[in-house]
Design a protein around this ligand. Structure first.
Ligand SMILES: [Cu+2]
Length: 130
């Protein structure tokens, strides 16, 4: 009997010790998680700078359709300034999906959504101005 109790006591001690260690492990894990989080915010700082170079910018524009090329999949817009991209007003040709080239009509004043990557852009949605 005594031996068994002792064994249980030892076992409990070992368990408690194990628990103690286990309790420490999550703390260490949290510390480890905090470090990547800090590193991530550092990465995000880099990401914030990246869009100027490569990351696509989603912007809204307003302008007039001057040409549509359904075969090439392009729409040419005489558009106003796009502050998101620091673009002045200009006439330029954008890539456009069939849904956009099909919806647009030359001469129409339009509002459009555009995704800009560097100096290239794709009109993703176009709507005749009300
Ligand atoms: Cu432009």
């Amino acid at each position: 009997m005594t031996m068994i109790r002792l064994t249980i006591a030892l076992g409990l001690t070992a368990l408690t010790a194990a628990c103690g260690k286990k309790a420490e492990t999550p703390v260490a894990a949290e510390t480890n998680q905090a470090a990547p989080a800090a590193a991530m915010s550092g990465d995000m700082g880099n990401m914030a700078m990246a869009p100027a170079a490569t990351a696509p910018i989603k912007a809204k524009g307003h302008g007039k359709v001057t040409a549509i090329d359904k075969t090439a999949g392009t729409v040419t817009l005489d558009h106003g300034p796009i502050p998101e991209a620091k673009w002045p007003a200009m006439t330029m040709t954008f890539k456009a999906a069939p849904a956009v080239t099909g919806a647009a009509k030359v001469g129409e004043k339009v509002d459009f959504d555009v995704t800009l990557t560097g100096s290239a852009g794709e009109v993703t949605a176009i709507q005749k101005q009300p």
